[in-house]
Design a protein around this ligand. Sequence first.
Ligand SMILES: [Zn+2]
Length: 389
Amino acid sequence: MTELLRAARLATMTPGAGILKDAAVAVEGDDILAVGSFSGLRREYSGPVRDLGDVLLAPGTFNSHTHLEMSHLRGKTHGGEGFTPWIRSMLAQPLYDFDAACVRAELFSSERRGVAFVADISTRNAVDIGTILAGSGLGFVSFNEIIGRDVPANDADLLPRVREVEESGHGVMSVAGHALHSTSGERLRASKRAAKAAGGLPWSLHLAENVDEEDMLVHGGGAFFELLKSRGVIESYDAPGERPVPLAASLGLLDADTLAVHCVMTTREDAAILARSGATVCLCPRSNAHIGEGVPPVRTLLEAGAPVCLGTDGLCSNADLDPYGEVAWVLEHEPSVSLVDALAMVTATPARFFGRAVPYAARLGVIAPGRLARFSVAPPAVLDILSQR
Ligand SMILES: [Zn+2]
């Protein structure tokens, strides 16, 4: 039976559509059949009407970067003093003792808030997290994150195969690099090759996240280097002498399948490099604020033409996993960004990026005939900021 969802405002995310008033979506089962004015669709469809009232209805959201395996660390990490003090506080915890019940509860809660897709990074538990995601109602990429300096004999060894994921029909396993300062260029390139050889899977990298990374890459020292040395991870470091974004480009790590996460330390020249490469950027501003890393240059990246998505990062550096929190941050800190442009960062833009290799993702992100019936409602935090503009 066809049902009509009626909403006072509707962000379809179709290019140029803006926000429709007194609009409706005709839904049958999992599929969207039609979208338009309520009065127009009412003439066409005689089924039941679910009137949502005075809400802003939007596509189900994408959380383009999180760390579910760290969910048990909510409220237990040190904030406000930068990356290395934060990492120290993480290392004092049972970091990788992930709590499956907690992860399932967070995913359930995400789904109830209108999240339709999660891109997760896991350093030790990708197979378990992938299995949990395969049993959830969410689309997903479960990234196996690699870190360190060992180069595998076979690139494909970095990409786990998980039967439940392959059979799920709504997600994939992939591989991600941690960061340029924690992981050697050769190991990162091996992981990038593994993702490419498996059919152009999305590949993710924490890039230009903070001053500690830049210090180590450019000068070979700094707080993070001292931490690695004190823990016996490395004795010396031959600094490449390049800043993060140009270094990632020269290593061949940036292309249309790359998600460059954070990009706080991004200059205008870096933004141009990112845009030219075809990579998509994922900002996690609430996480950067918690850790004390600075503010990502949203305007600079948009002006350069880089596609921009948003992610919550893990509960080790954020209070919740709702990407609308990041939308609210963007609207508050960048008054020049419109509501539709901010919503695109959690809907249409990530749907284009992840949809390249994940057919399920390509059916999300826009409210249009043939797309999946997955919706979100903009929360008061977003509407309050708009009402003050
Ligand atoms: Zn991260």
